[in-house]
Design a protein around this ligand. Structure first.
Ligand code: HEC
Length: 98
C-alpha cells in the first residue's frame, strides 16, 4: 500500500476505495500502468487525469471503438462493468503526480 493509496482512502468513501484497489489489482491495471498508475515506457500515466476522460477511454476500449497500440487495453477493459469504469476513473484521477 503506497502513500498515494492512503491519501485516496482519506478522500473517498472507503467501500469505493477498496473496490477500486481490488479492481486495479485483479484486472492487472497496476502491472502495466504501475502501482500508482504513473505509467511507464509506452504506457500512459492515468494518475491525475480527468475522471470523465479516463472513463470515456475505458468505455471505448471496452467497445473496441478506440484503437490501441497492441490490443492490450481492449482486452483489459473487457471484464469491466460500467460502474467499474467509473470507480477506476475516480481512483486514478485522485492519485497525484510527482
Ligand atoms: C497489458 C498492459 C495493460 C493493462 C493490463 C492495462 N493497461 Fe491501460 N493501457 C495500456 C497501454 C499500452 C495503453 C495505451 C494504449 C494506446 O493509446 O494505444 C493504455 C491506455 C489506458 C488508458 C488511456 C489513457 C490515456 O491517457 O488515453 C486508460 C484510461 C487505461 N489504460 C486504464 C487501464 C485500466 C483501468 C486498467 C485495468 C482495468 C488497464 N488500463 C490495464 C496497457 C495496459
Amino acid at each position: 500500500m503506497s502513500e498515494e493509496w492512503h491519501a485516496f482512502r482519506r478522500r473517498t468513501d472507503p467501500q469505493k476505495a477498496a473496490a477500486a484497489h481490488q479492481l486495479a489489482d485483479a484486472d492487472h491495471c497496476i502491472q502495466c500502468h504501475g502501482p500508482d498508475l504513473l505509467g511507464q515506457e509506452h504506457i500512459p500515466r492515468l494518475a491525475g487525469q480527468r475522471p470523465e476522460y479516463l472513463k470515456q477511454q475505458l468505455l471505448e476500449f471496452k467497445a473496441v471503438t478506440c484503437g490501441d497500440i497492441d490490443g492490450n487495453m481492449s482486452s483489459a477493459a473487457q471484464p469491466l462493468s460500467d460502474p467499474d469504469t467509473d470507480t477506476l476513473a475516480q481512483y486514478a484521477a485522485n492519485l497525484s503526480t510527482p
